[in-house]
Design a protein around this ligand. Structure first.
Ligand code: HC1
Ligand code: SF4
Length: 573
């Protein structure tokens, strides 16, 4: 332990503690902007400067450690002046038109400038924007970039993809796509992790809400029947954007809000997740039965960020992906076929919308050979959790006081196994629950496979099902995926089945989820999904009565010809 003084208060802290951490522990937190715990501790913004007695220069608190006897001042006149000047200098290179910025009201720079009482900066000038392809789901507005380097560090250290790099030098230094590539040519997985860790509006998703809301949008077209589906992870986070408590932000209240917005039918992607388990679980058992014909492990295929990663980094392993489409794509395909027929709606009138915690889903829905219904795109539009929250706010819906409503039949019924898809380990657990049944004819204890839960980036487990030993692994975060693949290639590990999610913690931590700068909420949101699983009378995908019904009435059985036509893909294209 070392003894230090902060603003005259003596305290003891562990050796090796940063000044930032020590000040926070003392109840005198230092403001910061570029800092991101264990990922970006470079003092680039110099907002966290403090005065240390005996040191001539002000020092940055985020990357300087306390030393025994150190006397620190976090709010001396000199510190206050320097902090203000540093923020003014950042603003001098920042496009501060906050009213037309998606992060207005949720921007760390805006908050800090406001706290410091900076209403106009003498340095401010017009910042030109660089060209960016507007069709890409991830949009970068260079005029709002403050060169904090968080995007670069997240992509390097967490996702191990190195899409961003520093371009130019000195005062002209900025962030750009590595090797001077266009973003469309880089190996970006579109996970959106750089976006959710950007403190300003320099990175955002392509906003697609006008495709519904404009005068030419689907809501205005009397011919269109709008059918929306809600991803598992969205229900754990949508209320955060609207100031709702967990108790208020129930899935059924989200249904009521979506109905109030004008959607004709509200379906649950949990149904699609159950369908995925039926197909993917059966495919896995089929591969096990013909072991010599396949390479193992089989990888899950529901996360489009992960699929993009594998196809760009390890194309030779594409055949190891399950051919099962992701749940929302399966559901889109059967909505335009089975539901169209069942409801007596011309399939060409159906406009399918998916609300997802993800921006890679916007690109997934555009892949030509993932669309098999024969009626245009199977999913016509993908909106993120943030976009749907903006739509709710724009209509000033008093969500808290809306009476809860049920999802629509028949795709409104999902099992607890379906809902945990949204958390890391959930797809594996759901698959194992049903594989156990398919092999033994009996249900396991629903929580029998709990070992694959939790936030650890790389988990492994071994299960015995009727004499078959299964080695499984679950990873989240693409950096962990790369480590796992290298270990497989080096023969250090061997697995039968591996679940990969691009975002740390799974979809709950997705790139389309609400942003709380510096706070990671994936774990808390995941616990919410496990709570919903426990509260559901239905814990197994294979017991979902609506799943049994669609096989009986339409798909026949898992892996049938029809199932292959509509629910599987070879991942080419
Ligand atoms: Fe996901 Fe999935 S779980 S990929 O994370 O398989 O996005 O929630 O909708 O499709 O079900 C995301 C979440 C989501 C799909 C499902
Ligand atoms: Fe990197 Fe993901 Fe951002 Fe693409 S979206 S640049 S892969 S962090």
């Amino acid at each position: 332990m070392v003894t230090i003084t902060i603003n005259g208060k003596k305290m003891q802290v562990e050796e090796g503690t940063t000044i930032l951490k020590a000040a926070a522990a003392a109840g005198m937190p230092v403001p910061s902007l570029c800092y991101l715990k264990e990922i970006n501790e470079i003092g680039a913004c110099r907002v966290c400067v403090v005065e240390v007695k005996g040191v001539a220069r002000l020092v940055t608190a985020c990357n300087n450690l306390v030393q025994n006897g150190m006397e620190i001042l976090t709010n001396s006149p000199r510190v206050r002046q320097a902090r203000r000047t540093n923020v003014e200098l950042i603003l001098s290179q920042h496009n501060s038109s906050c009213t037309s910025c998606v992060r207005g009201g949720n921007c760390s720079l805006q908050r800090i400038a406001n706290d410091l009482g900076i209403y106009a900066s003498e340095y401010t000038k017009v910042i030109p924007k660089k060209h960016w392809p507007v069709s890409f789901p991830l949009i970068r507005d260079s005029s709002r970039c403050i060169k904090c380097m968080r995007c670069l560090q997240i992509c390097d250290k967490v996702q191990d993809l190195h899409v961003w790099d520093i371009a130019k030098t000195g005062s002209r230094a900025t962030v750009g796509v590595s090797h001077n590539l266009q973003i469309t040519e880089a190996d970006c997985a579109i996970c959106g992790q750089c976006l959710t860790h950007c403190p300003t509006g320099a990175l955002r998703e392509r906003d697609d809400t006008l495709k519904l809301l404009s005068a030419q949008g689907a809501f205005a077209d009397p011919e269109k029947v709008t059918i929306v589906q809600v991803a598992p992870a969205v229900r754990a986070a949508w209320g955060e954007e609207l100031g709702l408590t967990r108790e208020e932000a129930t899935p059924k209240r989200l249904v009521a809000a979506l109905k109030a917005l004008g959607f004709d039918y509200v379906f649950d992607t949990d149904f699609g997740a159950d369908l995925t388990i039926m197909e993917e679980g059966s495919e896995f058992l089929e591969r096990l039965n013909h072991r010599d014909d396949y390479k193992f492990p089989m990888f899950t295929s529901c996360c489009p960020g992960w699929v993009r990663f594998l196809k760009s980094q390890y194309p030779e392993m594409t055949g190891q992906l399950s051919t099962a489409k992701s749940p929302h794509q399966m559901q889109g395909a059967v909505t335009k076929t089975y539901i169209a027929e069942k409801f007596g709606i011309d399939a060409d009138r159906i406009f399918n919308i998916s609300i997802m915690p993800c921006i890679a889903k916007k690109q997934e829905a555009e892949i030509p050979n993932i669309n098999d219904s024969g009626h245009g795109r199977d999913v016509d539009l993908v909106l993120t959790t943030r976009e749907i929250a903006r739509m709710i706010r724009a209509d000033h819906l008093d969500v808290k006081n809306l009476a809860e409503e049920e999802f629509d039949d028949p795709f409104g019924t999902g099992s607890g196994a379906g809902v945990i898809f949204g958390a890391t380990g959930g797809v594996m657990e759901a698959a194992l629950r049903s594989c156990y049944y398919l092999v033994t004819g009996k249900n396991p204890y629903p929580d029998a496979f709990y070992m694959v839960r939790g936030m650890e980036g790389w988990k492994e487990a071994c299960f015995d099902i009727n004499g078959i030993t299964l080695h499984v692994a679950v990873v989240s975060g693409l950096g962990n995926a790369r480590k796992l693949i290298r270990a497989i290639q080096n023969g250090e590990v061997q697995y039968d089945f591996v679940e990969v999610m691009a975002c740390p913690g799974g979809c709950v931590g997705g790139g389309g989820q609400p942003i709380h700068d510096g706070e990671e909420l994936a774990e808390e949101r995941g616990e919410n999904l496990y709570f919903l699983d426990r509260s559901n009378d239905l814990r197994f995908s294979h017991e979902n009565p609506k799943i049994l019904q669609i096989y009986e009435e339409f798909l026949e059985k898992p892996l049938s010809h029809m199932a292959h036509e509509l629910l599987h893909t070879d991942h080419h294209g």
